[in-house]
Design a binder for this molecule. Structure first.
Ligand code: NAP
Length: 249
């Protein structure tokens, strides 16, 4: 018997990075996994193929988390194909950094749309899709909210919203047997981190130096905690914001 046998999970933004790592470990733990993606169909298909080649079940479903109709379609497809939804991972996210003077309205709106409104839309659909026995929601926040570094105010603000929404929603949804927790990853090597130019820089070396366990995280360092929070083993845990950062804070 595996930890997630019989469960159906939706992982947003699972075509790459931390989301792909969680989707793969969920499937290896017995869950049927909906691999949501925004634009990288090829990446999502690769994740599904890898899962299927190891005997797991997964399907790729496109959908921009900031568009309500697309999030509705994501959940409808999951229920139609797999019959139910038990777990939601709000992982899809974007990040860019820079001095406060450089933040544009378009950049502001996109960060809050994807990183805050997207999880709200998905939580609304999860609440409807979860059955009588409830479910588990896992938000992916960021250690940015404990590092509070300069030049990160836009991104850190979006993740701060997730930090405080999580315990509030735990109180609201607990009576419906819905648990909600956040994982705040430390610096993690992903496609997004490469695209942001973080890898191979002095900044990366400084982050490793500031990490008590002295390495740059990998998606595989985050996924086991997501499996635990999705599983019945964490049935008494809700409203928690947990750093998975090798001690970086
Ligand atoms: N990497 C880090 O150091 C780090 C640290 C702390 C927290 N985090 C958080 O962890 C999460 C994943 O980060 P990552 O580094 O793995 O990022 P990544 O490699 O850039 O991957 C991001 C994923 O999110 C998807 N996505 C982006 N916008 C979307 C939208 N509007 N609708 C649906 N999917 C969308 C992307 O899909 P497509 O490419 O298909 O569009 C992709 O699958 C984010 O919430 C991030 O803030 C990352």
């Amino acid at each position: 018997m595996k930890e997630l046998d019989g469960k159906v999970a939706i992982v947003t933004g699972a075509s790459k990075g931390i989301g792909a790592g969680i989707a793969k470990m969920f499937a290896a733990s017995g869950a049927k996994v909906v691999v949501n993606y925004g634009s990288s169909q090829e990446g999502a298909n690769r994740v599904v193929s890898e899962i299927e080649s190891k005997g797991g079940s997964a399907m790729a479903v496109q959908g921009d988390v900031s568009q309500l109709d697309e999030v509705e379609k994501l959940f409808d497809t999951a229920v139609k194909v797999y019959g139910k939804v038990d777990v939601l991972v709000n992982n899809a996210g974007i990040y860019s950094f820079g001095p406060v003077e450089t933040i544009t309205k378009a950049q502001f709106l996109r960060h809050y749309e994807v990183n805050v409104l997207g999880p709200i839309f998905a939580i609304q659909q999860a609440v409807k899709a979860f059955g009588q026995s409830g479910g588990s929601i896992i938000n992916i926040g960021s250690c940015a909210t404990s590092l509070l570094d300069a030049n990160t105010s836009l991104y850190t603000g979006t993740k701060g919203a997730i930090d405080v929404m999580t315990p509030s929603l735990a109180k609201e949804l607990g009576p419906r047997k819905i648990r909600i927790n956040s994982i705040n990853p430390g610096a993690t090597e992903t496609e997004g981190a490469h695209a942001a130019g973080a890898i191979g820089t002095d900044w990366q070396l400084q982050l490793i130096e500031a990490t008590p366990l002295r390495k740059f995280g990998q998606p595989e360092d985050i996924a086991p905690l997501a499996v635990f929070l999705a599983s019945d083993a964490s049935g008494w845990i809700t409203g928690q914001v947990i750093l998975a950062s090798g001690g970086l804070r």
